[in-house]
Design a protein around this ligand. Structure first.
Ligand code: AQP
Length: 342
């Protein structure tokens, strides 16, 4: 079976964007692939994380996988720092990747912002660690959103250069798995910004653990515009929403897109249902749907937060399984590179 690797960073409250853009897809993929789902804590500390909070956040990500329906009997769920091969292989890849390649990474520029000199060296070599995450398991496929495409390309470059330099075919050239309609969820306060864990405004996102009252309040206060809701005539060929249309009313299409994703319905159906209506009615329907989808998962996550031993046990057994795959691959790499092993 083809092998998939993917992960989520424990960098704050998980939100609807993480669920629709990643975790929900993880659940669907487990039926057709050999899946390895990681809580990428080594990536998280490329930017400052409060140690006590980091521990809770690691457990929260694992709990979200489980509450959403990732089956630990079928998939490996584990925590990156518990499998040493990630860091060890990343070091070797630091010596394979070229500075010129890293200099082109747009995510580093975005995350480091204006204070580049103050960014951690880890943030700069983050894509090499991501390559190690994937190649430590010789994964053949990685589910990626638009924002991770460039990093995946770098993983392919590293695998190719390693194979070329050492005259081997050792690493596979990983393929992106483009997910169907992987929704990009935007902030509830600003339709031009993506919904994000690190947004200082909690009102900007629907957290996976928000209760019905918080969901209702955040949706009620979500930014909108003064027009009535659009109809299907705004859609282009094949029922797709063009960039022009989206840019004209970013907040409206964000909320409608969330409704479409949560209800598993097409743009055409959703726009036909709400055409010409006021936001107030639509927001009520959206609230009911969001509560129905997020509510049971949030409750399950809260329950697991009260029983950390359960999640820790899943992570421990996942790390054993992950180690059993990654360790022999790392040993082979060390032999290829020419390290002496005891
Ligand atoms: N707004 C979003 N819409 C759709 N998908 C999203 N993802 C994140 N935000 C959205 C997807 O969630 C997965 C895990 O992301 P990550 O934790 O590795 O980092 P991120 O993409 O940087 O997520 P955040 O929430 O924005 O975190 P911070 O604020 O820490 O940077 C990925 O598959 C991502 O595409």
């Amino acid at each position: 079976m083809k092998r998939i690797f993917s992960g989520v960073q424990p960098t704050g409250n998980l939100h609807l964007g993480n669920y629709l853009g990643a975790i929900r897809q993880f659940v669907a993929l487990q039926h057709d692939y050999d899946c390895i789902y990681c809580v990428v804590d080594l990536h998280a500390i490329t930017q400052w994380q409060e140690p006590g909070e980091l521990r809770d956040q690691i457990r929260q990500v694992a709990a979200a996988y489980l509450a959403a329906g990732v089956d630990p009997q079928r998939c490996i769920i584990f925590n990156q720092s518990q499998v040493p091969a990630h860091a060890e292989l990343a070091w070797i890849f630091n010596c394979v990747a070229r500075l010129g390649w890293l200099n082109r990474m747009t995510q580093f520029k975005e995350k480091a912002g204006k204070h580049r000199e103050q960014a951690s060296a880890g943030l700069y070599v983050y894509p090499n660690l991501m390559a190690a995450d994937i190649l430590a398991y010789k994964a053949s496929h990685v589910p990626v959103g638009e924002d991770q495409k460039q990093h995946l390309e770098l993983t392919r470059d590293i695998a190719q250069k390693f194979n070329h330099d050492y005259g081997t075919e050792f690493f596979p050239i990983v393929e992106p798995l483009i997910l169907s309609a992987a929704a990009r969820v935007m902030s509830l306060r600003d339709g031009a910004k993506k919904m994000s864990k690190s947004d200082p405004s909690d009102a900007s996102r629907l957290n996976m653990t928000d209760g019905p009252d918080e969901v209702a309040q955040k949706i009620r206060r979500a930014k909108t515009d003064t027009e009535l809701l659009p109809g299907p005539d705004v859609l282009g060929a094949e029922g797709t929403l063009g960039e022009e249309a989206r840019k004209a009313r970013p907040e409206a299409y964000n909320l409608l897109g969330i409704y479409a994703a949560l209800s598993d319905r097409s743009w055409t159906e959703v726009l036909a249902e709400f055409e010409g209506q006021q936001f107030s009615h639509f927001k009520q329907v959206l609230t009911d749907l969001a509560v129905a989808v997020l509510g049971p998962m949030g409750e399950e996550m809260q329950r697991m937060a009260g029983d950390p031993a359960y999640v820790d046990g899943i992570l421990r057994s996942g790390a054993e399984k992950a180690n059993a795959i990654a360790e022999p691959i790392l040993r082979d790499v060390q032999d290829i590179v020419g390290f002496l092993r005891p």
